[in-house]
Design a protein around this ligand. Structure first.
Ligand code: NAD
Length: 490
């Protein structure tokens, strides 16, 4: 941390492959955060007044800037996270799809809708519309610094809110780029603004006069955020970590399943909230499946197929999970404790790891995977569900994919393809248990950032007035008879 001539505290973001300084950013204080939220509140009024069409047009302008200058954004993502250019591009492409979906669907999902008033209130016209909350604070992680926060930001903006964004301290440059690109497309007001810093800056945003906090990060930080938000009764969405299982049935396409397990476990160096961390394979195909996974995993090269661990402290977590697994009788068919280097971790495939070990119970967030033999798919479902987490899951099965998917206690499940739900903008995304609550993406994601406003308008006076002291005995009798005829039949 350094100080500039104006005595503004700053911090550097580093390239995790080399420790080279990528950029220097302010550590914003609580006063700075409050000032940003006040500016955002002013901007929110203007943004709301544009209506769905005005906002959609401007969101598309922003989308255009991101799509045209994608290479520039990808370079910042790669520099700050260490991920290969192709992976950076994948997350930017998916994020662009989300901006478009939110812009295109906001009116349909949130606009005024008529509701049936029911027989007793048939003299009323009933409508509901979803109004913006005002200012939304978004706190993001570093692992997918574009795709993950934009899953909240695009939907909050399309719903008519202003957003103050606090990116991870590991990826402030990506946050800066996104906000600058938005300002280029929407120069009038700071509808989407940035604050940077560490946990204390995030805590200040949580404590500020915001109408909702959308948090993505670890479950531990999520709990702190909820406690802080409780001081003002500020609602929160918590998108936390996972320990995602992949189930392989006896009739599965084993090559496809092995490919998905390898990519799901090792891409982005395993630093994916919905990455595959546990595999449950039917005993009939277990050995053949394990061979295919090991064969493929041997070809995955750290440094080209995926980058270094973005957060150096994670190396100790990965090492301790592997050590614990081996100490409890697990075997490393590939990798092992030696796979954990100073920056990079080589792919590690573990078998015979007991259910209660760290590598099976806790989020490892590194390029490791456990494969467990199960007698049948009921056992696979039981073991998969025996977790405090419940984010994503994957099933490979020819005949029973949907049935097994429905029984898995996770927010989303992909069948016969890895993580496919994350790329479908119309599908809600979120967790259960320690993976958090609330939903981003899709119609549910738009509604997270809006409050329903119900309006009942009397069209003509009712012949049976119920809500008046002038109500008569005759009216009460008539209503009793009507309700008993309508609802009291045996
Ligand atoms: P983290 O919890 O350490 O930090 C996340 C953000 O919270 C950062 O911006 C950080 O500065 C901020 N923060 C820290 N302390 C705070 C506090 N007291 N008050 C307010 N803000 C605070 O998580 P991380 O290491 O950046 O991200 C990795 C985690 O995120 C993993 O567990 C991963 O599974 C999870 N994740 C979840 C999803 C999802 O959609 N569910 C997506 C990506 C990542």
């Amino acid at each position: 941390m350094t100080s500039t001539a104006q005595a503004v505290e700053t911090f550097d973001s580093l390239d995790p492959a080399t420790d080279a300084v990528v950029g220097t950013h302010p550590v914003h204080s609580a006063d700075d955060v409050n000032a940003a939220v006040s500016r955002a509140r002013e901007a929110a009024g203007w943004w709301d007044s544009l209506g769905f069409a005005g906002r959609a047009e401007r969101l598309r302008r922003w989308k255009g800037v991101v799509a045209r200058r994608m290479d520039e954004l990808c370079a910042v993502v790669s520099a700050e996270t260490g991920k290969p250019a192709g992976d950076a591009q994948l997350e930017v492409v998916l994020a662009v799809e989300h901006i478009e979906w939110a812009a295109r669907n906001a009116r349909k999902v949130l606009g005024r809708q008529r509701r049936s008033p029911g027989l007793l209130m048939s003299n009323q016209a009933a409508t509901v519309e979803y109004q913006p909350l005002g200012v939304v604070g978004v706190i993001g992680p570093w692992n997918y610094p574009v795709f993950t926060p934009l899953g909240s930001i695009s939907y909050a903006l399309a719903a008519g809110n202003a957003v103050v964004f606090k990116p991870s301290e590991y990826t402030p440059g990506v946050g800066r780029w996104l906000v600058d690109a938005f300002a280029e497309a929407v120069p009038e007001y700071p509808v989407f603004d940035l604050i940077t810093g560490f946990g204390a800056t995030g805590a200040a945003l949580t404590r500020a006069d915001v109408d909702k906090i959308a948090f993505t990060g670890s479950a531990e930080t999520g709990k702190k955020i909820m406690a802080t938000a409780a001081e003002r009764l500020t609602p929160v969405i918590i998108e936390a970590g996972g320990k995602d299982p992949l189930l392989v049935d006896a009739d599965a396409d084993l090559d496809a399943a092995a490919d998905a397990a390898v990519w799901g476990a090792f891409s982005n160096a395993g630093q994916t909230c919905v990455g595959v961390e546990r595999v449950y394979a039917h005993t009939d195909i277990h050995d053949a499946f394990v061979d295919k996974v090991v064969e493929r995993a041997k070809k995955v090269e750290p440094g080209s197929d995926y980058g270094p661990m973005t957060m150096p402290a994670q190396l100790d977590v990965v090492r301790s999970h592997i050590t614990d697994a081996l100490a409890r009788g697990g075997r490393a068919l590939l990798g092992g404790t030696d796979a954990v280097g100073e920056r990079y971790v080589r792919p590690t495939v573990l078998v015979d790891v007991p259910d209660h070990s760290e590598a099976v119970c806790r989020e490892t967030f590194g390029p490791t995977v456990t494969i467990t033999r199960v007698a049948d798919m009921d056992e696979a479902v039981d073991k998969a569900n025996n977790s405090t987490y419940g984010l994503g899951s994957t099933v490979f099965s020819k005949r029973r994919g949907t049935e097994l998917a429905r029984r898995l206690r996770t927010g989303q499940t992909a069948i016969n393809a890895p993580l496919s739900f994350a790329g479908i903008a119309s599908l809600p995304f979120g967790g259960i248990g320690d993976s958090g609550f609330g939903r981003i993406h899709g119609p549910e994601g738009l509604r997270e950032f809006a409050r329903p406003k119900s309006i009942a308008r009397q069209r003509f006076p009712t012949p049976v007035a119920l809500t008046t002291f002038a109500r008569t005995r005759k009216t009460e009798d008539a209503i009793r008879k009507l309700v008993s005829r309508l609802h009291g039949r045996r």
